[in-house]
Design a protein around this ligand. Structure first.
Ligand code: NAD
Ligand code: MG
Ligand code: MG
Ligand code: MG
Ligand code: MG
Length: 345
């Protein structure tokens, strides 16, 4: 499949042959959300795993306590035939420079997100395979599902196939981390990267946070209490999304009152109107033409001035203070907090 083709081919356990990872060592670079899950799941699936972390990394103790072999990224890559790049996306080009010389002809460079390959921040040598197995879920769920004998859906993409075996090896990797139990959808680095960036900007992270804050501010500015505004615009969001997640948007409409359904169906598109849709198209365009990627790379090179300021402003928003106070009233939600922390999307 080329970078401009889209398909919806789905692979399962019976399509994946784990023997493609026989006699192979997988270096998992990074032991964060995805790294710990991939390393432990592969290890328990019988794959030889070595974890690559900096000498001073705080994750070293955790990986060793989990029974894994830990060394530096360079040494791990030297030992391995498959190098799984699971350090933060902004750090990957730097780590790649360090390990580049350890990748021999026929080795695989494996990703869980396509940003650095798609936007040429990493330019791999021609004689290696470049693949992606990207679980469509935060790492802690990839790990928990595997432990429960369940799977996590994932994406598969092959950017470069120098051996002729790239897809088979990627499928074996997907089987090793448990994704093939649930289904592995074939895509391309381009499609994964562009849909991921668009989704998190326009809908999942950016869109929803602005929708919640705008609704909250509209109610508070009109004199309603902060508590009512918080419950109505933020707290109830989860209940509504849960219904859609479980059985679709129709199930949500069925579950709310007819008044809510009529009001939502007639007013929703006055909020997300033609202008909002045009803005979405512009955001997608900036993802497609590389403008967003260039901006984000430059922002990192400048030590994140805009990011730091926006991150702080968001933390200082009144809704956060109201929410902290009100969530304290829900003792039963406490146990869920630690798991929600490393959710990306
Ligand atoms: P993370 O921030 O949770 O973990 C990063 C790990 O890399 C940490 O163990 C950190 O100690 C280590 N690290 C940082 N700098 C390093 C360096 N210079 N050398 C070696 N190790 C270093 O990262 P993550 O969220 O698991 O993301 C990893 C990849 O997975 C990214 O490509 C991301 O886009 C992708 N991904 C993440 C999720 C998610 O839910 N978090 C979902 C799908 C894909
Ligand atoms: Mg090697
Ligand atoms: Mg993302
Ligand atoms: Mg209501
Ligand atoms: Mg209308």
């Amino acid at each position: 499949m080329t970078e401009d083709e889209f398909t919806t081919e789905i692979y399962y356990e019976s399509d994946a042959d784990e023997s493609h990872l026989d006699d192979v060592t997988v270096a998992v670079l990074g032991y964060g959300s995805q790294g710990h899950a991939h390393a432990l799941n592969l290890h328990e699936s019988g794959v030889d795993v070595v974890v690559g972390l900096r000498e001073d990394s705080s994750s070293r103790d955790a990986a060793e306590a989990d029974g894994l072999t830990v060394t530096t990224p360079v040494e791990a890559a030297a030992q391995a035939q498959v190098v799984s790049m699971l350090v933060p996306d902004t750090v990957q080009p730097h780590v790649y420079e360090q390990i580049e010389d350890e990748l021999e002809a026929g080795d695989t460079l494996q990703f869980a997100h396509g940003f650095n390959i798609h936007y040429n921040q990493i330019q791999p040598a021609d004689d290696i395979d470049v693949t992606m197995i990207a679980p469509k879920s935060p790492g802690h769920l990839v790990r928990r599902n595997y432990e429960n004998g369940e799977g996590t859906p994932g994406l598969l993409a092959v950017y470069q196939d120098s051996t002729g075996d790239a897809k088979e090896r990627a499928l074996a990797y997907a089987k090793g981390i448990g994704c093939a139990r649930a289904g592995v959808v074939e895509t391309t680095f381009r499609e994964e990267t562009e849909t991921d960036l668009f989704g998190e900007q326009a809908v999942l992270c950016g869109g929803i946070a602005e929708l919640i804050k705008a609704g909250y501010e509209t109610l508070v500015d009109a004199g309603y209490s902060k508590e009512m505004a918080y419950f109505e615009c933020l707290n109830e969001m989860k209940l509504i999304v849960d219904l859609m997640y479980e059985d679709g948007i129709g199930a949500m409409w069925d579950s709310v009152s007819d008044t809510a359904e009529y009001g939502g169906l007639t007013r929703g598109d006055e909020i997300i109107d033609d202008h909002a849709r045009q803005n979405m198209e512009e955001v997608l365009e900036q993802v497609q033409n590389g403008e967003f990627a260039t901006e984000w790379v430059a922002e990192n090179q400048a030590n994140r001035p805009v990011y730091t300021q926006l991150n702080q402003a968001e933390k200082n928003h009144e809704i956060e203070e109201v929410g902290e106070r009100l969530r304290g009233l829900f003792a039963w939600e406490e146990g869920q907090e630690s798991e929600a922390e490393d959710d990306e999307e």
